[in-house]
Design a protein around this ligand. Structure first.
Ligand SMILES: [Zn+2]
Ligand SMILES: [Zn+2]
Length: 92
């Protein structure tokens, strides 16, 4: 389609193309600036203060609230059945 493929970034949150002017890169993962917010309360996040679970973004308080109090926090990070490594099936 376009001759500019190859360097296009996709937003991890909405999976649409991110153009440089709206690109926000967190730990090597690209987001729209407008998508870099807590999924739960929709508040804007800062690069120094955010958490993500499988590409879904949360503010620190909600991340701890949702995953620690539910008990799945411990499960997700310490389950011996599943390796902790992230897989990136759509990484191109
Ligand atoms: Zn986005
Ligand atoms: Zn929140």
């Amino acid at each position: 389609m376009s001759s500019f493929t190859g360097t296009q970034q996709k937003c991890k949150a909405c999976e649409k193309t991110v153009y440089p002017v709206e690109l926000l890169s967190a730990d090597g993962v690209s987001y729209h600036k407008s998508c870099f917010k807590c999924t739960h309360c929709k508040s804007r996040l800062q690069l120094s203060r955010y958490s993500s679970m499988e590409g879904v973004l949360y503010c620190k308080p909600h991340y701890e609230q949702l995953f620690k109090e539910s008990g799945s926090f411990t499960k997700n990070f310490q389950s011996p059945a599943k390796p902790a490594e992230k897989s990136s099936p759509e990484l191109v």
